[in-house]
Structure formats: C-alpha cells, structure tokens
Design a protein around this ligand. Structure first.
Ligand code: KG4
Ligand code: ZN
Length: 339
C-alpha cells in the first residue's frame, strides 16, 4: 500500500454529517463534522426524515471542506448500521466522488469505526489497541458488546434488546425537562446529587450478554410520577449510577469470561466521566487495561470511518485476500469478519 495513502471517509449514519481525510492510515488531515443537533433538539431525539434532509443539504459542503485541494486515493463510507436515508446519502456521495476522481471505494461498519477510534491520540492514530479485547460500543443508537480477536475478527456477544444506553440518557433527560442530547445534561446535574439516593434497577440479565435499558427508564418515570418533590440532581446521579454499574459489570464479566487483558470503549456515551472512571478503576482491579476513545472523537465522525477502511485495506494486503467492498447499504448491519 502506498505510504501516504489518502483516504476520504464519509459518515452519515445518524445525525452527524462528516467527511475526513486520513493520510497514511495515521494522520487526520481534516475532520469536518456538521452536527444536526439543532434540527432534532425540539423533538428530544433524532427524527429520521429530518436527518436525511440535513445530510442531503450538507454532505457536499463537508466533503469539499475536508478534501480541499489534497490528492485522493480512496473513498470510504459507513455503509451500516444506521438510518436508511442517511446511509443512502452517504453512498451516493461516496460513489459519485469515487467515479469522478477514478478512485476505488469501500464501505465499512460504523461500529468498527467507533472501536478503532480508540487508537487516535489527538490527530494521530497510534497502535494502541491490543488483542484480544472486549469492546463496548455505547451511543445514542447502539449498545453492543464484541469479542475482538484481531482486526477484522469479531464475535458479537450481545446488543441491547430495547433502548441504547445514550437513548436512555436522552429519554430520562426529556422526562426531567432537560435539553437534548441528554447525556451531558444528566451527567452535569448528577455532579451535585447523591448516587445512592434512589435504588433504580441494574438489569444485568445474567446468562446473556444482552443489555436492556427500558426498565431503568420506566423506573425513573414511575419515580417522577410518585414523588412530586423529587430532586433533579439525585434522580440524575442515581440513574447514572445504575446505567454505569450495568455497563461496567457486564463488560468486565465478558472480559473475565473471554480471558482478555484489554477493554475498548467507544461511542458517544464513552464521553461519560463516571463510565470512564468506574470502568478504568474496576478493570484495573482485575489486571485489565481500558482503552477509551478520546472525548473529541467519541461522537460520530468520518475520521474513524477512514481509519476503519485503512485497517481493512492493510489487512487485505497482509493476508493477500481480496478486500470485501461492502458498498451496499445495510441499516441493520451485523459484525462482519474480513476474511
Ligand atoms: O455516538 P453518538 O454521537 O451518536 C450515535 O451514534 O448515536 O452518541 C450520541 C449519544 C447521545 O444519546 C448522547 O446523549 C450520549 O451519546 N452522550 C452521553 C454523554 N455525551 C453524549 N451520554 C452520557 N454521558 C455523556 N457525557
Ligand atoms: Zn455512532
């Protein structure tokens, strides 16, 4: 592979329209992110139709800005999982650009992007991930636990049966009248609350690696209904405690079961301070090292998509196997092994 390979990544799976240029699989030359938060704020969640329209309106601009006058060797885009409308916008933009520039094109799994984003330090991807590892992807749309043997060698352990972790934060924020996105708001309120004030459930679902967060959210709504004089900080702190304890416990159970020494955590909820601290502390007690995505790159962005594409191309070159292009969009994409 060319030393300074220039990959343009495109991300449009949910509510961020982003394009990024990655040089030599290492250096983020540009990472332009247009967040649609303002469009979705008044609905307290992502409205798919509005998201599609906003992607269509912004994709050309973010690509232009990210690419500038730089050379281009490869176009990569997130082909799933995600909202169908956004994925289509990403695919059409990626294919048009690749045809026009006469470059190859590749589709990658958005969740792989969230995991590999843990390798970025500032604007450089450093080989920080050590395998095998257990990966937790926690965002507004996904909560999944993966066993990762190496690049492109995955086993999905479990996903959420209902709400994603970020979605639960967003819904609880809405119940409390806090603005969208709810995660940062709930965390902020929690700072002045008591984490043991209210005993919300910890849905550990032993015997499965699945998650379920709708019960915690319902417990919060019943609590608010039954207590007129509730304390917002106490509710937030107790809810956050229940969420974090559930995520940390299950992830570390998986680390123990699969005998791994490394855990990677990516996705928007990975920005949560309590989750970062608690996971790191509990993992350390077991001799397990944690690798969190930096806060700046925890939310959806195209640099992580370009990096996932680079890893895939590098793997194909090493193994001598043809790279799977995966350019058909797949809103419910499951993990796919590269070989
Ligand atoms: O990865 P992301 O930007 O988008 C999706 O792919 O969904 O994640 C956004 C989600 C939102 O639900 C937001 O409330 C949550 O991540 N989030 C947080 C925090 N920061 C963002 N949740 C808890 N604590 C945070 N500090
Ligand atoms: Zn995401």
């Amino acid at each position: 592979m060319k030393k300074d390979l220039m990959i343009l990544g495109i991300e449009s799976t949910c509510d961020e329209t982003s394009a990024a240029l990655l040089k030599g699989g290492k250096e983020i030359v540009s990472n332009v992110i247009y967040s649609q938060i303002e469009e979705h704020k008044k609905y307290h969640g992502v409205v798919p139709e509005l998201a599609s329209r906003a992607h269509a309106a912004k994709i050309a601009t973010v690509i232009n800005e990210a690419l500038g006058n730089h050379p281009l060797d490869y176009v990569a885009f997130a082909s799933g999982p995600g909202l169908p409308g956004g994925l289509m916008v990403g695919r059409v933009a990626a294919e048009t650009l690749a045809n026009f520039k006469k470059t190859p094109i590749i589709g990658v799994n958005h969740l792989e992007g969230h995991i590999f984003a843990c390798e970025f330090e500032g604007t450089e991807a450093k080989a920080r991930l050590s395998f095998p590892l257990v990966a937790l992807v926690v965002s507004g749309g996904h909560t999944e636990l993966w066993y990762v043997k190496g690049y492109g060698d995955y086993k999905i352990l479990g996903r959420t049966r209902d709400d994603a972790a970020g979605e639960a934060f967003d819904k609880v924020a809405k119940l409390l009248g806090l603005p969208y996105p709810g995660g940062p708001q709930v965390s902020k309120q929690a700072l002045s609350g008591r984490r043991d004030a209210i005993a919300f459930p910890r849905p550990l679902l032993p015997g499965t690696w699945e998650f379920s967060f709708s019960g915690i959210k319902t417990a919060v709504s019943y609590y608010l209904r039954d207590h007129q004089d509730y304390s917002v900080p106490d509710v937030c702190a107790s809810f956050e405690e229940a969420m974090v304890e559930t995520l940390v416990t299950k992830t570390l159970w998986a680390a123990k079961k699969y005998k791994v020494k490394h855990v990677a955590v990516g996705g928007g909820v990975a920005a949560n301070t309590l989750l970062r601290e608690r996971m790191t502390e509990k993992a350390k007690e077991m001799g397990v090292e944690t690798h969190f995505v930096e806060r700046k790159l925890s939310s959806d962005n195209a640099a992580m998509i370009a990096l996932a594409a680079y890893k895939k191309l590098e793997h194909a070159e090493k193994t001598g196997k043809p790279v799977k292009k995966n350019i058909n969009i797949d809103p419910n994409m499951k993990v796919r092994n590269w070989d």
